[in-house]
Design a protein around this ligand. Structure first.
Ligand code: UDP
Length: 311
């Protein structure tokens, strides 16, 4: 296959590019590098079948030649990033999705949208199943991301229904691993960096809010399987092992042998109190479920951050 990956220099995008190349596909990576980092894909340059185009997909996008699949992963994705880049986030979710869907229609390519558990907002149903419509504040600080992705899902389904294009919608829950940006403001990069420096770990709120963290190799496997399925509907991808942020902070303190303690800071506005994917659909239709234990994933991620901090 000849595959276009937008957001190719990002955390998930770069791992996907690697996976598709490994399976013998040709990859065209696109990124405007506002939150992506070229060092994530530097090792792919010069490799057979890999091309990189620095481009902002909110503009008309043209790719010469055939395309079999488009994976639309371009977007700021951490709360800190999308609050610093609110307009870009809204534009890439709306205009960027429109442009890449237009390209998919033109090339008769399968379109896979990177959506998010944020479409469920601060959920009133637990765990979250694909048929839950969510509890989102459109005008809150997270609204720029949540509503952009909700619009992106609506547009993707409209292209499927009206133009008959093949679409896949991955609702990606919290994912972690190598190549997360050290300064993206998320819990795991913050905690690991603080723990390795012997500083206190900044837990927001009282730390009883929960998340379910999936290691990157499991996520990539889920996305790969979803692309090759026939599911023209949203599918949750994530690890159902749910834990509080207090538990995560303590686990990272233990794994890094850190002298750091927990320091409590105010909870950001609209921060979801609970989050856990119901992955029954992915299990039944894709034969997929996460395999990597959180501790094992964290150990690898900690090694990566150690290396980054030495640089
Ligand atoms: N969080 C925290 N300390 C940090 C960064 C984040 O306690 O230094 C909390 C955040 O308030 C949220 C959870 O960790 O409750 C997960 O945050 P993250 O930014 O990783 O992603 P989210 O799931 O909120 O999109």
């Amino acid at each position: 296959m000849r595959v276009l990956i937008t957001g190719c220099a990002g955390f998930i995008g770069s791992h996907l590019a690697e996976r598709f190349l490994k399976e013998g596909h040709e990859v065209i990576g696109m990124d405007n590098l506002i939150t992506g980092d070229i060092s994530n894909i530097e090792h792919l340059f010069g490799r057979d079948g890999f091309t990189f185009i620095k481009y902002d997909v909110t503009n008309y996008v043209h790719v010469p030649g055939k395309l079999d699949a488009i994976l639309h992963f371009a977007s700021p994705a951490s709360p800190k990033d999308y609050q610093q880049l609110p307009i870009q986030t809204l534009k890439v979710g709306s205009l960027g999705t429109h442009k890449t869907l237009g390209l998919a229609k033109e090339k008769k390519a399968i379109f896979l949208l990177a959506s998010t558990s944020e479409v469920y907002g601060d959920p009133l149903v637990h765990p979250q199943k694909e048929d839950y419509w969510g509890n989102v504040n459109p005008i809150g600080p997270r609204g720029v991301y949540d509503e952009a992705k909700r619009f992106a899902e609506a547009l993707t389904m409209a292209y499927h229904r009206y133009h008959g294009i093949e679409v896949r919608i991955a609702r990606i829950f919290n994912t972690f691993g190598e190549r997360m940006r050290i300064d993206d403001g998320r819990a795991i990069p913050n905690f690991i960096t603080q723990a390795l420096k012997g500083e206190d770990l900044t837990v927001y709120g009282d730390g009883t809010q929960t998340r379910s963290f999936c290691y990157i190799s499991d996520m990539v496997e889920g996305i790969y399987k979803l692309l090759f399925s026939d599911l023209n509907q949203p599918v949750n991808l994530g690890n159902p092992v749910e834990m509080s942020l207090n538990e995560m902070a303590n686990l990272i303190i233990k794994l890094t042998n850190s002298k750091g303690k927990i320091k409590y800071l105010p909870l950001p506005e609209d921060d979801p109190k609970i989050r856990q994917p119901d992955i029954t659909l992915a299990k039944e239709k894709l034969g997929w479920e996460p395999k990597v234990k959180i501790e094992d994933g964290l150990i690898r991620t900690i090694e990566y951050f150690k290396m980054k901090l030495r640089k």
